[in-house]
Design a protein around this ligand. Sequence first.
Ligand SMILES: [Zn+2]
Ligand SMILES: [Zn+2]
Length: 396
Amino acid sequence: MATKITLFIIALMMFLSSSFAQGGSIAGKVLEEPNKARQNVNVTLKLEGNVEEEVSTDENGEYIIENVEPGTYLIEFTREYCKYEKIDSVLVSPGASLIMEDVVVTEENFFETISRKTSGTWNWVVSMSTLKTPWNQNYLYGLILVSLLVLLLEIAFPWRKDQKIIRKDFWLDAFYMFFNFFIFSIVIAGVYAVIEKSLGGVDVMSSIALFDKSALPNWAFLIVFFIVNDFVQWFTHVMLHKFPLLWRFHKVHHSVQEMGFAAHLRYHWMENIFYKPLKTFAVMILVGAEPEHAFFMHFFSILIGHLNHTNVRITWGPLKYVFNNSVMHLYHHAKELPANRANGVNFGISLSIWDYIFKKNYIPQDQDGSYVLGFEGIDNYPKGFFGQLVSGFKKD
Ligand SMILES: [Zn+2]
Ligand SMILES: [Zn+2]
């Protein structure tokens, strides 16, 4: 009898202890090279590939993850521009605390940053093409979808009726579209990361920001961001026409002789380099980071840009003072400019408002869209991708 009671009590205690078993906790400290801030290291706990828990270290480099379900986890330590340390298989037992000391996160060198960013961008493109990216952030299929949509508009409502659907240089432009959007991004990602790192990285960007991101609702911030970004691009575009050195590269975009939506992304990759500093500066001054849901703005810009180049007559009615359109932009590409406007007209990217404010607007009287496009000497200009690539670096 006594044995049975003892066994019952032991069983009851085991049952109670198991049902009240609490998760364990993991605590530790991140060490780094001297004089380096230890905050902002992210500690991620992973269970069978799923992100279970993520915390950041405090100003002393310390972190604690509480109430972790018993089990075996992987722990990763990550920080921008640092090599992360992955700790294999940490066993969290019920109620126990696991103290991990002396985790060292060291800064990446130049080559490590380049290779991490380049392969990261490559993986980004691969994950988009294999549909592993969430649908609303899939720039690859997004670009294809927007292009097909505008192509359908060109088929249904052509402006210049005698222009073929597969017009002159259609495939060249299609190639430029994917080259500039994806291949170039992969090649240049590492270089940008090194520049950003040498400027102090994200920390510096958020510390000089004028506005607190949380002060505005996200949609309002997105609109402000879009407007500032568009102005910066408009200004850069004016400069591309003004200075001969910059114009040599921008000529690629103006070498289009039959206009259609795909011409939107025919440009020399050096243009990205010209646009980038001012754009980054604007972001820094504004809030220190791109807004959430920036993809919404990117798709909108692609759509407007495609529509500006499409063979469909679009004016937007009274909204023409706000949005750029195919009538205005076609004339931006015209070979013959009004007498006193030798440096160009209609520089708008997504918005036309800057052209009206700074008196760069020009709407021709006849709008049959039959102007000759290009620039002086276009007949001797290279016709293929590689010739155009090289020509930017050569003096006229
Ligand atoms: Zn231009
Ligand atoms: Zn254009």
